[in-house]
Design a protein around this ligand. Structure first.
Ligand SMILES: Cc1cc2nc3c(=O)[nH]c(=O)nc-3n(C[C@H](O)[C@H](O)[C@H](O)COP(=O)(O)O)c2cc1C
Length: 201
């Protein structure tokens, strides 16, 4: 499936075949492609928690408005971000860059995020949003459907997955084989509704 078809075909699908097992090789390929997503300063600040344990799936469903995708999808990913990724061995993010670039950019990364909690949080949410869409489009291209999710108790989910203090949850993505089509679409705004040329009035 090409990108146009994946874009046109992706919908938020809510019902999945609970008996379908996604082969490990496909999960690995999906994640490999998802990691091609861009992040600011290449900090790759996403941390993806794959929920395999059926009991944990049921516990998450109980704090996620009883949404069946949580237990029935073949793959359930909790998209988290490390608020401190920018300062955890930043050379890792630049290991292929020329030394002179590293010397310039590493202090710049520090200056951009240090003592700026809102910027740190915004960055994690930006990164997770981008990787979420990569995951959903890649899943579609691989023959799967998906559902992005924020319909859950963030604090309860954080406890269930032992979320570290310096991480936040952005959303969940359920991926699997659909057993029912998505609900009729709510309707889309037009380009004229959302496009501003040059500046707001
Ligand atoms: C960040 C985000 C969170 C969402 N949370 C939920 C959710 O918890 N449960 C659900 O059924 N759909 C959820 N949706 C799906 C939206 O309702 C859906 O994307 C929207 O209606 C547009 O439909 P489409 O994705 O099929 O184009 C979420 C979508 C996004 C982007």
């Amino acid at each position: 499936m090409d990108l146009y078809d994946a874009l046109e075909g992706r919908r938020a699908v809510k019902h999945y075949d609970p008996s379908y097992v996604m082969p490990d090789a496909e999960i690995k390929e999906l994640l490999r492609l998802a990691l091609l997503s861009p992040t600011s300063f290449n900090t790759q600040n996403w941390r993806l928690v794959a929920i395999h344990d059926p009991k944990l799936r049921r516990e998450i469903r109980a704090v996620a408005w009883d949404q069946s995708q949580v237990t029935d999808a073949s793959l359930l990913l909790v998209l988290c971000g490390d608020l401190n990724a920018w300062r955890k061995e930043p050379h890792r993010y630049l290991k292929n860059s020329p030394p002179e670039f590293q010397e310039f950019i590493i202090p710049a990364i520090d200056a951009y995020y240090r003592d700026k909690e809102q910027v740190q949080r915004d960055e994690v949410m930006r990164s997770c949003g981008i990787i979420a869409q990569t995951l959903m489009l890649t899943a579609k291209a691989m023959g799967y459907d998906s559902c992005p999710m924020v319909g859950f108790d963030f604090s309860a989910l954080g406890k269930l997955i032992n979320l570290p203090d310096d991480h936040v949850v952005s959303m969940m993505i359920a991926i699997g084989k659909a057993t029912a089509p998505a609900n009729p679409h709510g309707g889309r705004l037009t380009v004229d509704d959302i496009l501003v040329i040059d500046r707001f009035k």
